[in-house]
Design a protein around this ligand. Sequence first.
Ligand code: HEM
Length: 427
Amino acid sequence: MTAPTADPGHLAFWGRPDAERAATFAALRRQDRPRWIPFRNRMPFVPTDDRFLAVVRHADVVAASRDPGLFGNEPTAASLYDLPPYLARYLGSMINMDGPRHARMRKVVARAFSPRLIARLEDGVRARAQRIVDDVAARGPGDVVAQVAGRLPVQVVCDVLGIPEDQHPLVTRHGETLVGFSDPEHTGIPREYLLRHGSPGPQHVLPGSLRIIRAGHDLTTLVRRIGRDRLREPRDDLVSTLVHADVDGERLTPREVGTLFILLVLAGSETTRATLAHALRLLTDHPEQRALLLDDLEGRLPGAVEEVVRHASPVIQFRRTATGDGEIGGTPVRKGDKVLLFYTSANRDEDVFAEPDRFDLTRSPNPHLGFGGPGPHYCLGANLARLEVRVMLGALLARFPQVRAVGEPEMLLSSFTHGVKRMRFAV
Ligand code: HEM
């Protein structure tokens, strides 16, 4: 099982079973300090710096998150490559910003995610979850991602923004394209090619870019159209807030609103759907934990959600870029160095979590970093995600106490999202 020599800088590593990946990170944590890892950068038109620093310990991920002055999110936090500007235009928004620009943008969006507004969403989320469970009862179980895990998060993020129901399939489709940028199914690149070469090749960049630009363009066009309507007739939704927002005397431009929309679709739906799928897999693999949960469903659900996020780490890592010279965990960094904060590893750090590989929904305290470390970019949607997972999982288990995953899940090939593409289930 152990493959400590496996290479997180090669895409093939991210196609290995979870336990093998966990063993590699355990070995990296045992090193005296964070290590540099070479990676394949075969992208044309961008600088070919070809290594990153793997920050793998809980304390180091916390320290780097707390020091945005040294570990910045610009130029990009969600990609190992410095994206060419024509691509960066469509992606990222505030996750790729630092300093006052980030703070201003975050302040506007944060209004829609305050605990008070999230509590107001609860009835709507419950109603949607109930309908999903009713559909499973009516049609029978098949793929839990398509029928359950993938539905609620897109619906909720669209409800928050004010995107009408008939546009949800388009949002789902384009969200999958954007998050699957290194997956064979979403890119059309043969799996063997990706596994052999470790990344898409130069010949894939143009078609890949076109797919991303098309998805980004369709999503921004949709939100611009809705934004124009809301400028005339504001409603109680986030698009109305955004188009009327006054950021230090300035309005957000249609492009800023568009990229924010893309960020929220990606950040809000892909992560939460992965969490729900992992929850069912974990409860299937650990029947004693399911029994414990069913014993006191409402009381134990909040702890279960935290433990699923810790154990599964739906977001594997985010990138930072050193803005000057400094160090992290004893390893020096210089301006421009790429630094990866591996939440997936911090969440299994044996210095913080007793028996870290054990799935234990009564774990307390559970200071996991699944929603990021303490810092300016800490997940803005953490409370909404908690609500969604708690309500959806609760509704599913209340109706089908024996609901379980069947067979092996089909995983997304990605070094960024621990995504599940399909997973059969039975009730
Ligand atoms: C279980 C589900 C989720 C997980 C595991 C997750 C995880 C994360 C992580 C790790 C970060 C980066 C933190 C950092 O860099 O310090 C992040 C940022 C973010 N998340 Fe989430 N997230 C989830 C759900 C959501 C939802 C439902 C939304 C909103 C609809 C959302 C919106 C955001 C936004 C806007 C950011 C960027 C914040 C910033 O740059 O200031 N997330 N999330």
